[in-house]
Design a binder for this molecule. Sequence first.
Ligand SMILES: [Zn+2]
Length: 347
Amino acid sequence: MRKTLLPHLVCPGCSGVLALTIDRAEEEWIEEGKLTCDACRKSWPIDRGVPDFVPRDDRSDVQQTTSGFARNWDEFNKVINAHQALNDELFRDWILPLDPEQIRGKLVLEAGCGMGRWLRVAASYGPRVLIGLDYSAIAFTAAKNLRDLPDVHIVRADILHMPLKREIELTYCLGVVHHTPDPARTFDALVDKLADDGLMTVWVYGAENNGWIHHVVTPLREKVTSRLPHAILSGISTSLALVLYGAAASYKLGFEKLGFPYADYLRYLRRYPFKYMEHIVYDHLVPRIAYYLSREELLGWVSKNNVFFNLTARNGNSWRLLVSRDRTRIPDAADPHSAAPGAALRT
Ligand SMILES: [Zn+2]
């Protein structure tokens, strides 16, 4: 970490001021050290350049879920980094209707940053400070990957106990909330760290149009695939990716006219190289925790948190939710309590 991160950190337990002890540093980069709360005296290590707020003995499903992704990410790091233009295009699509230019000059948080794929994209839009937070040990890879960017900081912590001040001007959280044990609580915790006029964009799996995943994939994932060794799951992912790749290619050849299911999703997938598709399949099979969230549930979240919002469907099977306490920050803002629950998925 760098010293410039310190003013944004607080004790996750009592919100006290944290004091920094440096054990080893290379110029601005603090490789090893300690953060100690002035009030409650608890302390946390800085390990391999990352302030680490996750207990060492954690063996929960949260740890399995995040580290499950991590073992695949390490392997696909090169594949993903080789496609920066595609990453930028996907990032823009995922945060719609938020304009990425909104990032410029702001204090930005990515909750669940993984190995830092989106951090590099977000950094290209010129944030004042960009903090990437992740629960898994992949945070160490992220810190290494992004060390060349002086305004980007990595923190290893739980979203429910973030060691951050309530000052975030823009949070983005892509494909993370549905992999936490209690997505509604996760959403509350993220809203809680926003500045009064702060903005947050969240992308989650939808319950709508994902019935077969719920009935077929979810039981298999929970009981079987999330418990398999990496090599076996990799093999299975490759086989399934071949099927998916075939479907996407057939779609390209004109299956669209025959009413192939998942038209929007296949149209989106067919731009991917094969390796990328293996990665998507693996990501669907590895986590022990994955929720598919309905429009109704999301409307419950915004109503409870009293935030204005804009909710849109992505590829007909997932949701983008943009929220703020400040109505003027949201394009076509809906009132927190105004939307009629139970309406169909809009695309
Ligand atoms: Zn404290």
